[in-house]
Design a binder for this molecule. Structure first.
Ligand code: GLN
Ligand code: ZN
Length: 761
């Protein structure tokens, strides 16, 4: 039986790639040094998989920034605005252009905004959205995947190059010129795509993996036709190339026939998310097609239950024979951390239930061994699975009882929004178009150092508290000087908006090295929710109270919402996800209540990940949204009507869920809109969204400083769409990844823009 890994990690177990890229951007290391780091990482990854005995080892799963951007570079999908920059480079396919498209470019007389970024299906990974326009000519432009295949070959490893499939690539992109249909676009792109496949074939690739996760989503009939068109053309051009069509993140459902009709040699399916699809696929699998079973979870950190997996695999082998079955992880391991062995501080009782990428690869190998007759591995695994069902902390009766006692009234505030708005205005006395920020300020080396020194015991709690207080005090003075209306404390004490809370709640454990990539060089370290969640003591009250004591302006309390905590954690898989969300909501609700009691008049509960939890299939979305909105409401509804509840969301598209956003009934919602030029607000306008909104006027993902005029224009655009008295002025998101000087310039411009627009309206 062949073992198959759809993709491995790339950032480095010590985040080497992150550091190298950032140093390269800062001009601290050369391109050669950056490329050396990349080469070393690729080698390590290939060798890890090779040593574990994996047969189909991925290549081109490495990326300096994002695999979708890699495809755009490969095929020449360069947006019109970057083409002049491209011509200005000696090497037109160079990394310089690549990073410019990823991060924006404000240098040598150019001022180019980055590609839009959005979530990769239902993950917390963000890709750069391809932009298709009239001006482009396609062709094999960047041979990265070929180089990497050859690089592995030189190390003695014949890899399986991984590409985003042509249809998913197009469906995940945006057509910028009117009149281009997807079908026409595909016809134009296919020759380039085929050129790429041909180059890989000529380099010696036996298998090529084409990722088509859009096959687990609801497809329009026209999209279905794209699959036929693409794969027929590819097969015609490369009649003998072995193609592995790869799906993940869900079941094929009504696309099963479509997938099975495509002229490919093997199909990979996700049996962790959708084990029920196995029988349908087996029943209709064409005789010349192999089936790759994704049985080891690529999206979560729990140890595989071998009893469950072997049963699935045996069903497949019984139906189609061992020769046609491959065995692997459900999806790329990009979404889990490197190696559990690096976790030296984890409670061993909990650690024994977990597996990271390295262990998951070993699990795939172990499953193969069990199927070959090794019973001991199975027995040991059964014991571990049993211990998890009964261990202390997993089921806490008091938490279960509180959850059972929730009533309808717990989800609503006493008064409706209009009445609350009047009370809040009376209390807060804010100007028209109030200015604020989303919460975090630059996390400088000193601030990070401070936290790490406390963790390592190099400084006392008193010293730490003193230094954090100083940072907060300086931030308050600085915001007052800038003239912002609603201030924040700056979140200096937080490493990450979820981990910070996870560390203080029961039912969570946190890891030392559990990093996963979020976008580009940004990584997050999700906590692990292993048991029932509750809050033993207040988490943010002291810092908020202190910040508020320094100023007469309101300082927002700053919390992360239940859905986001859920979404950005590794969640236990032994009870429904939403039960866990409601437990978190009760804990956050306790904090909201305590903040109010401490005199905090505005409390922001961030839910940037609300949409991210949206099931990929429409028919499951309604119930999810209802429950997610309820979890949010449960966390904020216990306050007085004069207390203003904010929420914040980023890089989301709201058009289809606007009714649910409204149902959250936050007094104010701030959100990312600048990169898409306020496109998002149109949905709010159409819906006649009743509450207050703060559409972001400045893109915080890039160091670029937006001008006053630019932001004024966006404000005018917003004012044309929504009632002015309901509008706020703020950046797209928190500023933790920025540097102070650019932040100061940008916020000064932002306050100025608000002042000017106030006069003009
Ligand atoms: N309050 C958080 C911050 O400013 C929000 C971050 C987010 O939405 N991702 O950092
Ligand atoms: Zn945000």
């Amino acid at each position: 039986m062949i073992t198959n890994i759809p993709g491995y990690l790339r950032i480095g177990s010590q985040r080497e790639l992150k550091k190298a890229c950032e140093n390269y951007w800062a001009g601290k290391i050369s391109l050669e040094k950056l490329e050396l780091t990349a080469r070393q990482l690729r080698k390590q990854h290939w060798e890890t998989l090779h040593q574990a005995g994996i047969d189909l080892i991925p290549s081109n799963d490495f990326s300096f920034y994002d695999q979708m951007l890699d495809m755009s570079m490969a095929l020449g999908v360069i947006p019109a605005r970057f083409q002049e920059l491209q011509r200005s480079f000696a090497n037109p396919h160079c990394l310089e252009l690549y990073f410019a498209m990823a991060r924006g470019y404000q240098k040598n007389g150019f001022d180019l905004t980055a590609l839009e970024m959005t979530k990769w299906f239902d993950t917390n990974y963000h890709y750069l959205v391809p932009e298709f326009d009239e001006s482009q000519t396609y062709g094999l432009q960047c041979r990265k995947s070929v180089h990497e295949f050859k690089e592995a070959l030189q190390l003695g490893i014949r890899t399986k190059p991984v590409l985003i499939g042509p249809v998913t690539y197009i469906l995940c992109g945006k057509i910028k010129s009117a009149g281009i249909t997807r079908q026409a676009l595909l016809s134009r792109l296919l020759p380039a795509y085929i050129e790429l496949l041909t180059a890989l074939r000529e380099a010696g690739a036996e298998w090529i993996q084409l990722d088509e996760p859009s096959l687990v989503t609801d497809l329009e009939p026209a999209d279905t036709a794209l699959f036929q068109q693409a794969y027929t053309a590819i097969r015609q051009a490369l009649p003998h190339q072995q193609l592995l069509l790869t799906t993940y993140f869900g079941g094929l459902e009504n696309n099963t026939q479509l997938a099975l009709q495509l002229p490919v040699d093997a199909l990979h399916i996700d049996l962790v998310r959708a084990p029920e699809q196995l029988d349908d696929v087996l029943a209709a699998l064409p005789e010349n097609m192999q089936l790759s079973l994704g049985v080891v979870d690529g999206r979560n950190i729990w140890k595989n239950d071998y009893t469950v997996s072997t049963a699935l695999i045996r069903r497949a082998t019984a139906a189609i024979g061992e020769q046609r079955v491959m065995l692997g992880t459900s999806c790329s391991l990009l979404h889990v951390p490197y190696n559990l062995d690096d976790e030296t501080a984890l409670d061993p009782a909990i650690k024994q239930w977990m597996a990271y990428a390295q262990q998951k690869v070993e699990e795939v190998a172990a499953l193969k061994q069990i199927l070959a007759g090794d019973e001991t591995l199975l027995t040991i695994n059964r014991q571990v699975m049993d211990s998890r069902r009964t261990a202390p902390g997993i089921h806490v009766p008091a938490v279960k009882a509180r959850l059972a006692a929730i009533t309808e009234a717990d989800f609503s505030r006493p008064l409706a929004f209009a009445a609350r708005q009047a009370l809040q205005q009376e209390k807060l006395q804010l100007p028209l178009l109030p200015t604020t920020t989303i919460g975090s300020f630059p996390q400088t080396v000193e601030i990070r150092q401070l936290r790490s020194n406390l963790k390592k015991g190099h400084i006392t709690q008193e010293q730490y508290d003193h230094d954090i207080s100083t940072a907060i005090r300086e931030a308050i003075t600085w915001q007052e000087a800038l003239g912002l209306d609603v201030l924040v404390h700056g979140e200096f004490e937080r490493n990450d908006m979820v981990e910070y809370f996870g560390e203080q709640l029961e039912g969570f454990v946190f890891t030392q090295n559990g990093w996963v990539q979020s976008y580009g060089t940004r990584c997050v370290k999700p906590p692990v929710i292993y048991g029932d969640v509750w809050r033993p003591y207040p988490m943010t009250v002291d810092w908020s109270r202190y910040a508020q004591s320094l100023t007469d302006k309101p300082v927002k309390g700053m919390l992360t919402g239940p859905v986001t905590i859920l979404q950005w954690s590794f969640v236990r898989n032994d009870q429904p996800r939403m039960d866990t969300a409601f437990q978190i909501a009760l804990a956050i609700g306790d904090e909201v209540k305590d903040l109010e009691e401490a005199g905090i008049a505005i409390i922001q509960v961030d839910e940037p990940a609300l949409r991210e939890g949206l099931p990929l299939r429409k028919k499951q979305q309604g119930i999810y949204l209802e429950q997610a909105v309820n979890a949010f409401r449960l966390s904020v509804s216990q306050v007085q009507d004069s207390t203003q509840i904010h929420t914040h969301m980023c890089y989301a598209e709201f058009n289809d869920i606007i009714a649910h956003i409204a149902a959250m009934d936050a007094d104010v919602i701030t959100m990312e809109t600048s990169r898409s030029q306020m496109e998002l607000l149109e949905a709010f306008a159409q819906f006649r969204y009743p509450n207050e909104t703060g559409p972001g006027v400045y893109d915080i993902h890039s160091p670029r400083v937006p001008s006053v005029t630019e932001m004024s224009k966006l404000l005018h655009k917003a004012a044309a769409l929504l009632p002015v008295r309901n509008l706020w002025v703020n950046p797209d998101c928190g500023l933790k990844t920025r540097k102070w000087p650019e932040t100061e310039m940008a916020l000064r411009n932002m306050v100025q823009a608000a002042r000017e627009v106030r006069k003009e309206l």
